[in-house]
Design a protein around this ligand. Structure first.
Ligand SMILES: Cc1cc2nc3c(=O)[nH]c(=O)nc-3n(C[C@H](O)[C@H](O)[C@H](O)COP(=O)(O)O)c2cc1C
Length: 376
Protein backbone atom coordinates (compact mmCIF):
# COMPACT_ATOMS: atom_id res chain seq x y z
CA UNK A 1 0.00 0.00 0.00
CA UNK A 2 1.25 3.49 -0.82
CA UNK A 3 1.54 5.47 2.35
CA UNK A 4 -0.02 8.84 1.64
CA UNK A 5 1.44 10.37 4.77
CA UNK A 6 4.95 10.06 3.36
CA UNK A 7 4.09 12.29 0.48
CA UNK A 8 1.63 14.80 1.82
CA UNK A 9 1.67 17.42 4.57
CA UNK A 10 2.24 16.48 8.19
CA UNK A 11 -0.29 13.85 9.20
CA UNK A 12 -3.08 15.02 11.47
CA UNK A 13 -1.91 12.98 14.46
CA UNK A 14 1.47 14.72 14.40
CA UNK A 15 0.23 18.28 14.22
CA UNK A 16 0.68 20.47 17.29
CA UNK A 17 -2.33 21.30 19.44
CA UNK A 18 -3.12 23.90 22.06
CA UNK A 19 -4.96 22.12 24.87
CA UNK A 20 -6.55 25.05 26.61
CA UNK A 21 -3.25 26.79 27.14
CA UNK A 22 -1.00 23.74 27.23
CA UNK A 23 1.08 23.40 24.06
CA UNK A 24 1.15 19.79 22.86
CA UNK A 25 3.71 18.85 20.21
CA UNK A 26 1.31 16.40 18.59
CA UNK A 27 -2.18 14.96 18.96
CA UNK A 28 -1.10 11.58 20.25
CA UNK A 29 -2.26 10.86 23.76
CA UNK A 30 -0.97 7.95 25.76
CA UNK A 31 -4.14 6.44 27.24
CA UNK A 32 -4.27 5.73 30.98
CA UNK A 33 -3.12 2.19 31.67
CA UNK A 34 -2.80 0.32 34.93
CA UNK A 35 0.55 -1.48 34.98
CA UNK A 36 0.71 -2.61 38.64
CA UNK A 37 4.39 -1.79 39.12
CA UNK A 38 4.04 0.09 42.43
CA UNK A 39 4.79 -3.11 44.38
CA UNK A 40 5.92 -1.47 47.59
CA UNK A 41 4.03 -1.14 50.88
CA UNK A 42 2.88 2.43 50.25
CA UNK A 43 2.24 2.07 46.49
CA UNK A 44 4.72 4.78 45.57
CA UNK A 45 5.94 5.34 41.97
CA UNK A 46 9.49 4.03 41.94
CA UNK A 47 12.76 5.39 40.54
CA UNK A 48 14.11 3.18 37.78
CA UNK A 49 10.61 1.98 36.88
CA UNK A 50 7.82 4.56 36.66
CA UNK A 51 10.09 7.46 35.74
CA UNK A 52 11.80 5.44 33.01
CA UNK A 53 8.50 4.12 31.65
CA UNK A 54 6.87 7.52 31.32
CA UNK A 55 10.03 9.28 30.15
CA UNK A 56 10.39 6.72 27.36
CA UNK A 57 6.91 7.75 26.14
CA UNK A 58 7.37 11.51 26.46
CA UNK A 59 7.23 12.11 22.71
CA UNK A 60 3.46 11.69 22.99
CA UNK A 61 1.67 15.04 22.90
CA UNK A 62 0.13 14.13 26.25
CA UNK A 63 0.61 11.25 28.68
CA UNK A 64 -2.27 10.29 30.94
CA UNK A 65 -0.94 8.14 33.77
CA UNK A 66 -2.37 4.88 34.96
CA UNK A 67 -5.38 5.13 37.28
CA UNK A 68 -4.07 6.27 40.66
CA UNK A 69 -6.16 5.83 43.77
CA UNK A 70 -7.28 8.94 45.64
CA UNK A 71 -7.40 7.14 49.00
CA UNK A 72 -6.78 3.78 50.59
CA UNK A 73 -10.45 2.85 50.21
CA UNK A 74 -10.42 3.76 46.48
CA UNK A 75 -8.22 0.81 45.52
CA UNK A 76 -9.24 -2.37 43.72
CA UNK A 77 -6.14 -3.75 42.00
CA UNK A 78 -2.73 -4.90 43.20
CA UNK A 79 0.26 -2.57 43.15
CA UNK A 80 -1.47 0.47 41.65
CA UNK A 81 0.07 3.79 42.69
CA UNK A 82 -1.73 6.32 44.85
CA UNK A 83 -1.69 10.12 45.05
CA UNK A 84 -2.81 10.67 48.62
CA UNK A 85 0.38 10.33 50.72
CA UNK A 86 3.46 12.52 50.88
CA UNK A 87 5.70 9.70 49.64
CA UNK A 88 3.43 9.14 46.63
CA UNK A 89 3.54 12.85 45.80
CA UNK A 90 7.33 12.76 45.98
CA UNK A 91 7.40 9.67 43.74
CA UNK A 92 5.22 11.35 41.12
CA UNK A 93 7.30 14.54 41.35
CA UNK A 94 10.34 12.48 40.37
CA UNK A 95 8.42 10.99 37.42
CA UNK A 96 7.23 14.40 36.26
CA UNK A 97 10.68 15.91 36.41
CA UNK A 98 11.90 13.28 33.94
CA UNK A 99 8.89 13.68 31.64
CA UNK A 100 9.21 17.46 31.61
CA UNK A 101 12.96 17.28 30.99
CA UNK A 102 12.10 15.18 27.93
CA UNK A 103 9.72 17.92 26.83
CA UNK A 104 6.63 15.82 27.59
CA UNK A 105 3.29 16.76 29.16
CA UNK A 106 1.57 14.60 31.74
CA UNK A 107 -1.83 14.39 33.48
CA UNK A 108 -2.62 11.98 36.29
CA UNK A 109 -5.77 9.88 36.22
CA UNK A 110 -7.56 10.09 39.58
CA UNK A 111 -9.32 6.84 40.42
CA UNK A 112 -11.85 5.33 42.77
CA UNK A 113 -12.91 1.84 41.76
CA UNK A 114 -16.04 1.71 43.95
CA UNK A 115 -17.47 -1.82 43.92
CA UNK A 116 -14.82 -3.24 41.51
CA UNK A 117 -12.79 -4.19 44.54
CA UNK A 118 -12.69 -6.80 47.29
CA UNK A 119 -12.70 -6.90 51.12
CA UNK A 120 -9.11 -8.23 50.91
CA UNK A 121 -8.04 -4.67 50.04
CA UNK A 122 -9.97 -3.15 52.95
CA UNK A 123 -9.05 -5.26 56.00
CA UNK A 124 -12.23 -7.27 55.50
CA UNK A 125 -14.52 -4.22 55.16
CA UNK A 126 -16.85 -3.98 52.19
CA UNK A 127 -15.96 -1.84 49.16
CA UNK A 128 -18.16 1.22 48.62
CA UNK A 129 -20.61 1.98 45.81
CA UNK A 130 -23.71 3.96 44.92
CA UNK A 131 -25.92 1.05 45.97
CA UNK A 132 -25.51 -2.35 47.58
CA UNK A 133 -25.48 -4.24 44.27
CA UNK A 134 -22.84 -6.84 43.43
CA UNK A 135 -21.33 -6.22 39.96
CA UNK A 136 -20.89 -10.02 39.70
CA UNK A 137 -17.46 -9.76 38.20
CA UNK A 138 -13.97 -10.42 39.52
CA UNK A 139 -11.46 -8.32 41.37
CA UNK A 140 -7.71 -8.65 40.93
CA UNK A 141 -6.51 -9.16 44.51
CA UNK A 142 -3.07 -9.94 45.93
CA UNK A 143 -4.13 -13.61 45.85
CA UNK A 144 -5.32 -13.54 42.26
CA UNK A 145 -8.79 -13.05 40.81
CA UNK A 146 -11.67 -13.32 43.29
CA UNK A 147 -15.42 -12.89 42.89
CA UNK A 148 -16.70 -9.46 43.80
CA UNK A 149 -19.05 -9.03 46.77
CA UNK A 150 -22.12 -6.89 47.47
CA UNK A 151 -20.66 -3.48 48.31
CA UNK A 152 -21.80 -1.07 51.02
CA UNK A 153 -24.12 1.70 49.82
CA UNK A 154 -22.28 4.95 50.43
CA UNK A 155 -23.73 7.20 53.11
CA UNK A 156 -23.89 10.95 52.51
CA UNK A 157 -20.83 11.15 54.75
CA UNK A 158 -19.00 8.62 52.54
CA UNK A 159 -19.85 10.67 49.43
CA UNK A 160 -18.65 13.89 51.03
CA UNK A 161 -15.41 12.28 52.14
CA UNK A 162 -14.81 10.79 48.69
CA UNK A 163 -15.32 14.13 46.95
CA UNK A 164 -12.83 15.53 49.47
CA UNK A 165 -10.38 12.76 48.55
CA UNK A 166 -10.56 13.76 44.88
CA UNK A 167 -10.02 17.39 45.82
CA UNK A 168 -7.07 16.52 48.02
CA UNK A 169 -5.55 14.32 45.32
CA UNK A 170 -5.95 17.08 42.73
CA UNK A 171 -4.09 19.42 45.08
CA UNK A 172 -1.40 16.76 45.52
CA UNK A 173 -1.20 16.41 41.74
CA UNK A 174 -0.46 20.11 41.44
CA UNK A 175 2.17 19.82 44.19
CA UNK A 176 3.71 16.93 42.22
CA UNK A 177 3.94 19.20 39.14
CA UNK A 178 1.46 17.37 36.93
CA UNK A 179 0.21 19.44 33.99
CA UNK A 180 -3.34 18.47 34.88
CA UNK A 181 -5.63 15.72 36.12
CA UNK A 182 -8.15 13.35 34.56
CA UNK A 183 -11.15 12.26 36.62
CA UNK A 184 -11.70 8.57 35.94
CA UNK A 185 -15.48 8.67 35.55
CA UNK A 186 -15.43 5.77 33.13
CA UNK A 187 -15.21 2.00 32.67
CA UNK A 188 -17.65 0.89 35.37
CA UNK A 189 -15.81 2.47 38.31
CA UNK A 190 -17.28 4.63 41.08
CA UNK A 191 -18.69 7.57 39.09
CA UNK A 192 -20.04 5.26 36.40
CA UNK A 193 -21.72 3.24 39.17
CA UNK A 194 -23.56 6.41 40.19
CA UNK A 195 -24.53 7.34 36.59
CA UNK A 196 -26.05 3.97 35.73
CA UNK A 197 -29.57 3.08 36.78
CA UNK A 198 -28.75 -0.62 37.16
CA UNK A 199 -26.00 0.07 39.70
CA UNK A 200 -27.63 3.09 41.37
CA UNK A 201 -30.97 2.48 43.09
CA UNK A 202 -30.59 5.25 45.64
CA UNK A 203 -33.63 7.07 46.92
CA UNK A 204 -31.82 10.24 47.96
CA UNK A 205 -30.41 13.24 46.05
CA UNK A 206 -27.74 11.05 44.39
CA UNK A 207 -30.21 8.62 42.79
CA UNK A 208 -33.44 8.50 40.83
CA UNK A 209 -33.31 11.24 38.20
CA UNK A 210 -30.53 11.65 35.64
CA UNK A 211 -29.52 14.92 37.31
CA UNK A 212 -29.25 13.19 40.67
CA UNK A 213 -27.17 10.33 39.31
CA UNK A 214 -24.73 12.80 37.73
CA UNK A 215 -24.56 15.00 40.83
CA UNK A 216 -21.48 13.41 42.41
CA UNK A 217 -19.43 14.13 39.27
CA UNK A 218 -20.35 17.81 39.13
CA UNK A 219 -19.79 18.21 42.86
CA UNK A 220 -16.36 16.65 42.38
CA UNK A 221 -15.50 19.04 39.53
CA UNK A 222 -16.62 21.98 41.68
CA UNK A 223 -14.49 20.75 44.60
CA UNK A 224 -11.42 20.21 42.42
CA UNK A 225 -11.83 23.67 40.89
CA UNK A 226 -11.15 25.11 44.33
CA UNK A 227 -7.58 23.80 44.22
CA UNK A 228 -6.61 24.04 40.55
CA UNK A 229 -7.70 25.82 37.36
CA UNK A 230 -10.54 24.11 35.51
CA UNK A 231 -8.47 24.47 32.30
CA UNK A 232 -6.29 21.66 33.69
CA UNK A 233 -9.12 19.28 34.52
CA UNK A 234 -10.04 16.52 32.09
CA UNK A 235 -12.45 13.66 32.50
CA UNK A 236 -13.13 10.31 30.91
CA UNK A 237 -16.45 8.70 29.93
CA UNK A 238 -17.33 5.40 28.26
CA UNK A 239 -21.03 5.75 27.34
CA UNK A 240 -21.57 2.42 25.56
CA UNK A 241 -19.81 0.18 28.07
CA UNK A 242 -21.92 -2.94 28.34
CA UNK A 243 -21.25 -6.39 29.77
CA UNK A 244 -17.84 -5.35 31.12
CA UNK A 245 -16.94 -4.36 34.70
CA UNK A 246 -20.49 -5.14 35.80
CA UNK A 247 -22.08 -2.45 33.61
CA UNK A 248 -25.43 -3.01 31.91
CA UNK A 249 -26.90 -0.34 29.65
CA UNK A 250 -30.57 0.57 29.92
CA UNK A 251 -32.86 3.07 28.21
CA UNK A 252 -31.58 5.92 30.37
CA UNK A 253 -27.87 5.27 29.89
CA UNK A 254 -27.32 7.34 26.74
CA UNK A 255 -29.69 10.14 27.87
CA UNK A 256 -27.60 10.29 31.08
CA UNK A 257 -24.37 10.72 29.11
CA UNK A 258 -26.08 13.26 26.83
CA UNK A 259 -27.02 15.26 29.91
CA UNK A 260 -23.53 15.03 31.42
CA UNK A 261 -21.76 15.98 28.20
CA UNK A 262 -24.09 18.91 27.44
CA UNK A 263 -23.57 20.19 30.95
CA UNK A 264 -19.78 19.88 30.71
CA UNK A 265 -20.00 22.73 28.18
CA UNK A 266 -20.62 25.04 31.13
CA UNK A 267 -16.99 24.51 32.11
CA UNK A 268 -13.76 25.45 30.40
CA UNK A 269 -12.15 22.06 30.95
CA UNK A 270 -8.88 20.77 29.50
CA UNK A 271 -10.76 18.06 27.63
CA UNK A 272 -13.40 15.39 27.50
CA UNK A 273 -11.92 11.94 26.88
CA UNK A 274 -14.38 9.50 25.32
CA UNK A 275 -14.10 5.83 24.46
CA UNK A 276 -15.67 4.10 21.52
CA UNK A 277 -17.38 0.87 22.67
CA UNK A 278 -14.90 -1.67 24.08
CA UNK A 279 -16.81 -4.56 22.50
CA UNK A 280 -19.35 -5.22 19.75
CA UNK A 281 -22.54 -3.46 20.86
CA UNK A 282 -24.40 -3.74 17.57
CA UNK A 283 -26.94 -6.07 19.23
CA UNK A 284 -27.20 -4.08 22.46
CA UNK A 285 -30.58 -2.27 22.35
CA UNK A 286 -29.62 1.06 23.94
CA UNK A 287 -26.01 1.36 22.82
CA UNK A 288 -24.53 4.00 20.52
CA UNK A 289 -21.98 2.48 18.18
CA UNK A 290 -20.20 5.65 17.07
CA UNK A 291 -19.37 7.68 20.12
CA UNK A 292 -17.14 10.37 18.55
CA UNK A 293 -19.72 11.07 15.87
CA UNK A 294 -22.53 11.43 18.38
CA UNK A 295 -20.74 13.60 20.90
CA UNK A 296 -18.48 15.80 18.73
CA UNK A 297 -21.37 18.09 17.81
CA UNK A 298 -22.62 18.09 21.40
CA UNK A 299 -19.35 18.91 23.17
CA UNK A 300 -17.73 22.25 22.40
CA UNK A 301 -14.37 21.79 24.12
CA UNK A 302 -11.34 19.65 23.33
CA UNK A 303 -12.26 16.06 22.56
CA UNK A 304 -9.98 13.04 22.93
CA UNK A 305 -11.20 9.80 21.41
CA UNK A 306 -9.89 6.33 22.24
CA UNK A 307 -10.18 2.62 21.74
CA UNK A 308 -8.97 0.56 18.84
CA UNK A 309 -7.38 3.32 16.76
CA UNK A 310 -4.36 2.91 14.50
CA UNK A 311 -2.43 5.36 12.33
CA UNK A 312 -5.00 5.40 9.56
CA UNK A 313 -8.18 5.57 11.62
CA UNK A 314 -6.54 8.01 14.06
CA UNK A 315 -5.65 10.45 11.30
CA UNK A 316 -9.08 10.01 9.77
CA UNK A 317 -11.07 10.74 12.91
CA UNK A 318 -9.20 14.04 13.30
CA UNK A 319 -9.38 14.95 9.61
CA UNK A 320 -13.11 14.32 9.60
CA UNK A 321 -13.50 16.66 12.54
CA UNK A 322 -14.84 14.03 14.95
CA UNK A 323 -12.07 14.45 17.52
CA UNK A 324 -9.13 16.74 18.29
CA UNK A 325 -6.77 14.15 19.75
CA UNK A 326 -6.51 10.37 19.77
CA UNK A 327 -5.52 8.27 22.77
CA UNK A 328 -3.61 5.07 22.12
CA UNK A 329 -3.47 2.42 24.83
CA UNK A 330 -1.89 -0.93 23.99
CA UNK A 331 0.20 0.47 21.10
CA UNK A 332 1.93 2.69 23.70
CA UNK A 333 2.82 -0.30 25.85
CA UNK A 334 5.00 -1.84 23.14
CA UNK A 335 5.95 1.30 21.17
CA UNK A 336 7.45 3.91 23.47
CA UNK A 337 8.43 5.86 20.37
CA UNK A 338 4.97 5.72 18.79
CA UNK A 339 5.19 9.33 17.58
CA UNK A 340 8.51 8.73 15.82
CA UNK A 341 7.25 5.46 14.35
CA UNK A 342 4.22 7.17 12.83
CA UNK A 343 6.40 9.94 11.53
CA UNK A 344 8.85 7.53 9.89
CA UNK A 345 6.16 5.05 8.86
CA UNK A 346 7.95 2.38 10.82
CA UNK A 347 5.99 -0.75 11.68
CA UNK A 348 4.66 -1.15 15.21
CA UNK A 349 5.76 -3.81 17.69
CA UNK A 350 3.25 -6.16 19.31
CA UNK A 351 2.46 -6.01 23.00
CA UNK A 352 2.74 -8.95 25.37
CA UNK A 353 -0.41 -9.13 27.48
CA UNK A 354 1.22 -11.61 29.90
CA UNK A 355 3.36 -8.77 31.28
CA UNK A 356 0.67 -6.05 31.50
CA UNK A 357 0.25 -6.34 35.27
CA UNK A 358 3.31 -8.16 36.63
CA UNK A 359 5.98 -6.53 38.79
CA UNK A 360 9.34 -5.46 37.43
CA UNK A 361 10.97 -4.20 34.27
CA UNK A 362 10.03 -6.98 31.88
CA UNK A 363 7.27 -5.93 29.51
CA UNK A 364 7.39 -2.48 31.08
CA UNK A 365 10.57 -0.57 30.26
CA UNK A 366 12.28 -3.04 27.93
CA UNK A 367 10.33 -2.36 24.72
CA UNK A 368 12.68 -1.07 22.05
CA UNK A 369 12.42 2.51 20.74
CA UNK A 370 13.25 1.31 17.25
CA UNK A 371 12.52 4.58 15.47
CA UNK A 372 14.73 6.61 17.80
CA UNK A 373 17.69 4.34 17.18
CA UNK A 374 17.39 4.88 13.46
CA UNK A 375 17.25 8.62 13.95
CA UNK A 376 20.44 8.70 16.04
C1 LIG B 1 -3.11 -2.94 30.50
C2 LIG B 1 -4.26 -1.96 30.44
C3 LIG B 1 -4.56 -1.20 31.55
C4 LIG B 1 -5.57 -0.24 31.51
N1 LIG B 1 -5.80 0.56 32.59
C5 LIG B 1 -6.65 1.61 32.50
C6 LIG B 1 -6.74 2.58 33.52
O1 LIG B 1 -6.02 2.55 34.54
N2 LIG B 1 -7.61 3.60 33.35
C7 LIG B 1 -8.41 3.70 32.24
O2 LIG B 1 -9.20 4.65 32.14
N3 LIG B 1 -8.33 2.80 31.24
C8 LIG B 1 -7.45 1.78 31.33
N4 LIG B 1 -7.31 0.92 30.28
C9 LIG B 1 -8.04 1.17 29.02
C10 LIG B 1 -7.17 1.97 28.06
O3 LIG B 1 -7.00 3.30 28.51
C11 LIG B 1 -7.83 2.02 26.66
O4 LIG B 1 -9.12 2.54 26.82
C12 LIG B 1 -7.92 0.65 26.01
O5 LIG B 1 -6.68 -0.02 26.04
C13 LIG B 1 -8.40 0.78 24.54
O6 LIG B 1 -7.48 1.54 23.80
P1 LIG B 1 -6.44 0.83 22.75
O7 LIG B 1 -7.33 0.08 21.79
O8 LIG B 1 -5.71 1.95 22.11
O9 LIG B 1 -5.60 -0.11 23.55
C14 LIG B 1 -6.33 -0.08 30.33
C15 LIG B 1 -6.04 -0.88 29.21
C16 LIG B 1 -5.01 -1.80 29.26
C17 LIG B 1 -4.68 -2.61 28.03
Amino acid sequence: MINIYKMSKKQALLQAYNLNGLELKNRLVMAPMTRSRADNTENVPTAGLHDVYYEQRASAGLIITEGSQVSKEAVGYVNTPGIYTKAQVEGWKMVNEKVHQANGKIFIQLWHVGRISHPDFHSGELPLSASAINPNTQAYTPDGFKDTVTPKEMSLEDIKRTIGDFKNSAKNAMDANFDGIEIHSSNGYLFHQFFNGTSNKRQDEYGGSIENRAKILFETIEAIKEVMPEQKIGLRLNPSLHGIFGMTMDEETIPTFDYIIERLNEYDLAYLHLSEPFNDVSEVPYAVEEIAKRYRPMYHGNLIINAGFDQESGNKVIEEGNADLVAFGKPYISNPDLAERLEGNISLSDWDSDTFYVPGKKGYIDYEAKARKQEA
